[in-house]
Design a protein. Structure first.
Lengths: 114, 113
């Protein structure tokens, strides 16, 4: 089944404890992206990647890191999480390296930082 | 910054009736794409409909259609014959050219039986 998977789906952690949220797609998509969703703010882009080894900042990149060593994987790294990073996170991918393609979203990761 | 504005934080509709969700945007691009995404309580983001700005004909997908007014920078979503399963958050989004995909803040749609 063609899909975008994220792990974990739920995570409660404490301030300063490094964590990684994994994202993987099995559709051979070139473009991948991370968003965070907060009440009243909609979805905001954190980082995106047009292809392997190519990443760029979105609108809210502070406090996050990403890497794209393989086409299928695009992990989101929080080196030192803080409570303001408590949010719902979505990974998405699209076939070509274009932002206007339909994006296929993962199921979301609910992160709570205490 | 490019923005997408959804002026209705919440809307409600009776089952089988029609509802229209509003979206306006700003852009400096001549060619771009507009989207409506649905997020049901499962939280899964699902593409409802997509419109290419250079196409004058309004996009339709079954009971979902858009009213695209390029000069007014307006992109509303009409849901006909509303069903209980249409209850969700709906997000308008825009992308194109050098612009990243930008989402509006969402409209929560309630469908009353």
């Amino acid at each position: 089944e063609a899909q975008v998977t994220q792990n974990p789906r739920y995570l409660i952690t404490v301030t300063g404890k490094k964590l990684t949220v994994t994202c993987s797609q099995n559709m051979n998509h070139e473009y991948m992206s991370w968003y965070r969703q907060d009440p009243g703010l909609g979805l905001r882009q954190i980082y995106y990647s047009m292809n392997v080894e190519v990443t760029d900042k979105g609108d809210v990149p502070e406090g996050y890191k990403v890497s794209r060593k393989e086409k299928r994987n695009f992990p989101l790294i929080l080196e030192s999480p803080s409570p303001n990073q408590t949010s719902l996170y979505f990974c998405a991918s699209s076939p070509r390296g274009q932002q206007w393609d339909e994006q296929f979203f993962g199921p979301g990761t609910r992160l709570t930082v205490l | 910054a490019q923005t997408v504005t959804q002026s209705q934080p919440e809307m409600s509709v009776q089952e089988a009736e029609t509802v229209t969700l509003s979206c306006t945007y700003d852009t400096s691009e001549s060619d771009y794409y507009l989207f409506w995404y649905k997020q049901p309580p499962s939280r899964q983001m699902i593409l409802v409909i997509r419109q290419e700005a250079y196409k004058q004909q309004n996009a339709t997908e079954n009971r979902f259609s858009v009213n695209f007014q390029k000069a007014a920078k307006s992109f509303s979503l009409k849901i006909s014959d509303s069903q209980l399963g249409d209850a969700a958050m709906y997000f308008c989004a825009k992308a194109g050219g050098s612009e990243k995909l930008v989402f509006g803040k969402g409209t929560k749609l309630t469908v009353n039986p």
